[in-house]
Each structure stands twice: as structure tokens, then as C-alpha cells.
Design a protein around this ligand. Structure first.
Ligand SMILES: NC(=O)C1=CN([C@@H]2O[C@H](COP(=O)(O)OP(=O)(O)OC[C@H]3O[C@@H](n4cnc5c(N)ncnc54)[C@H](O)[C@@H]3O)[C@@H](O)[C@H]2O)C=CC1
Ligand SMILES: O=C(O)[C@@H]1CCC=N1
Length: 270
């Protein structure tokens, strides 16, 4: 199956790396292009064995699947360059804030899917939300699912929920890194030793959430002895309304995804 990435940045690389490690896709069937960064394409070819070209006839010839992975600001130009070669095959966009209907307006009818992965795709641990238009065959739906299950978990969601998925898990790894930055700063006295404690604590907690069948609240309560250290620490978080801050963070990222989509569609509607 010939897979073409239009856009060769961090998200494309994360997906290619994940797909290369999966037995389902042959790296020699993967093609990439970008705007004009030859060196970047050479690096991807060297590292992952994928093919690259700026010759669009060659690129899109007999392509089964096109993955759009450019920044939203470049989407119209990239889609316009795909259009002459688009043959109603499956196209999956991973762009934040670009609707399926906008893509259809440029390309015409075809099998269009939208996905919101995250950069943990690089290690096969993305949490991806996936939506389809009504034109996908069952086998195209299966292909879309298998692409994203090769780089982590995949959940079908209505397109209207993708803004929330973007604010929650698309941007989500950045929120966790932010918390880790704060923990590392707080434990500066441990120096280099702090990070292994933090990483293993995160890994252990994630694994407990995944395997214990317990709610996060119960898991937290099991650590919190009356009059103990955790209670003292959590009281500081409560006092600073950290739960509210996280709720506001996810809400604002979600609303911003909607906002970007509206702005994009207003700017490019003609
Ligand atoms: N980075 C992340 O954590 C996530 C990003 N996304 C989405 O993925 C998309 C790509 O993001 P990144 O990979 O981070 O961006 P990036 O800036 O690293 O890469 C963008 C790529 O698009 C190429 N490009 C620009 N115009 C082009 C054109 N006309 N034709 C062909 N290629 C063109 C650039 O040369 C570059 O290779 C964004 O729309 C973003 O919303 C989605 C989930 C997570
Ligand atoms: O920050 C962004 O706009 C992109 C979308 C999800 C993660 N990064």
C-alpha cells in the first residue's frame, strides 16, 4: 500500500517512526514531501528508509493513502497542490482546526478522515482520536484505524469532539512535561538524581491507572494517610486551585481549536 505524507515535520516523523516499528507497514511503501527542505527529506530517507520526491506525478502515482501533515497556515496551498492528483483515495488530515468539509471544498468528494494524534506516536504511545466522512469504505476505515493503532491507541469520535481531543490529548503531552518541569525545579537539590524519580513515578502512576481498575480518586486516597505528607502536599495544590487551573487549561485549548478553525475558514473561504 503506497502511503504519501504531505508535510515532513515533527508529526510526520513521529508517525513514520511508529509505523516503521509496526509489522503492518513497509517503510519502502512510504513516500514523503515537504515545502522545500531537501536536507530534511534526505534525513528522513536515511533514518527510516522512506522515499521522497518533489515530483508530484511520481509522488501521487498509484497512491492508496495521502496523509496531510502540514501546519494549518499551509493547508490551503498544500491541498491545492494535491488536488490535480487526487483520485478520491483515502486522505487523512492530522491538522488541528481544519474541518473535513473544508478539505472537501478544495478536493471535492472523496474519502476524508481527520485524526488527532500526539507526539508520543514516536514511541508507539499516541492517543489518537479519529473521525471519518461518509465516503470511506469499510476497508478504508480499517486502514485508517490500523495506521493509528500502529502508533498507539485509537478511538473513533464524532468530528465535533475532535476539538476536545485536541485540547486534551493532542496538546496533552505538553501539559505533563510542564508538570515535570515544575517537579524538577522543586527537586533541584537532588540535581541529576531528580529526573529518574520523576519519570518512574509517572510511569508507575500511568501503569496503575491502566491496570488497577481503580479510579484516580481512589488511587490518590490510597496514598494519602491522615496527617501525612501527601495530605500536606495536596492541601497546597487545593489551596492554589490546581484542579481548576487544569480544567481551564483544557477548556481554553479546546476553545482555541474551535477558534482557529473558524478563523481559518473565514480567511480561506473563497
Ligand atoms: N506537533 C504536535 O504535537 C501535533 C501536531 N499536529 C498537527 O500536525 C500538523 C503538522 O505539525 P508539525 O509536524 O508539528 O509541523 P512542522 O512545522 O514540524 O512540519 C510541517 C511540514 O509541512 C511542510 N509543508 C509546509 N507547506 C507545505 C506544502 N505546501 N506542501 C508540502 N509540505 C509543506 C513543511 O515543509 C514541514 O515539513 C499541524 O497541523 C498540527 O496541528 C497534530 C497533533 C500533534
Ligand atoms: O499546538 C498545536 O496547535 C498542535 C495541535 C496539537 C498539538 N500541537
Amino acid at each position: 500500500m503506497k502511503i504519501v505524507f504531505v508535510g515532513a515535520g515533527s508529526m510526520a516523523e513521529a508517525m513514520i517512526k511508529g509505523m516503521k516499528n509496526s509489522s503492518e507497514f513497509k517503510h519502502t511503501d512510504i513516500w514523503v514531501t515537504n515545502k522545500h527542505d531537501h536536507a530534511r527529506l534526505d534525513k528522513l530517507s536515511e533514518h527510516y528508509g522512506v522515499k521522497s520526491t518533489y515530483n508530484f506525478s511520481e509522488l501521487f502515482d498509484a497512491a492508496d493513502l495521502i496523509i496531510l501533515a502540514v501546519k494549518p497556515k499551509d493547508a490551503k496551498e498544500a491541498l491545492s497542490s494535491v488536488k490535480p492528483f487526487y483520485n478520491r483515495q483515502l486522505l487523512i488530515s492530522v491538522l488541528a482546526g481544519l474541518s473535513i468539509s473544508f478539505i472537501e471544498q478544495i478536493l471535492g468528494h472523496g474519502a476524508i478522515a481527520r485524526a488527532m494524534p500526539n507526539t508520543s506516536a514516536m514511541i508507539g504511545e499516541s492517543a489518537t482520536g479519529l473521525s471519518f466522512n461518509s465516503q470511506l469504505s469499510d476497508s478504508q476505515k480499517a486502514v485508517a484505524r490500523s495506521i493509528f493503532s500502529s502508533i498507539g491507541s485509537v478511538t473513533y469520535v464524532e468530528e465535533s469532539r475532535l476539538d476536545l481531543v485536541t485540547g486534551l490529548s493532542g496538546s496533552g503531552p505538553a501539559y505533563i512535561y510542564y508538570v515535570v518541569e515544575a517537579m524538577e525545579k522543586a527537586a533541584a537539590e537532588l540535581g541529576e538524581d531528580a529526573m529518574p524519580f520523576i519519570i518512574q513515578t509517572l510511569k508507575g502512576a500511568a501503569h496503575m491507572l491502566e491496570t488497577s481498575n481503580q479510579s484516580p480518586e481512589n488511587l490518590r486516597k490510597a496514598i494519602t494517610s491522615e496527617g501525612g505528607t501527601t495530605e500536606a502536599g495536596i492541601a497546597e495544590l487545593d489551596c492554589r486551585q490546581v484542579k481548576d487551573a487544569f480544567a481551564a487549561c483544557i477548556k481554553e485549548a479546546t476553545v482555541h481549536s474551535e477558534r482557529l478553525r473558524r478563523q481559518f475558514e473565514q480567511t480561506h473561504s473563497s
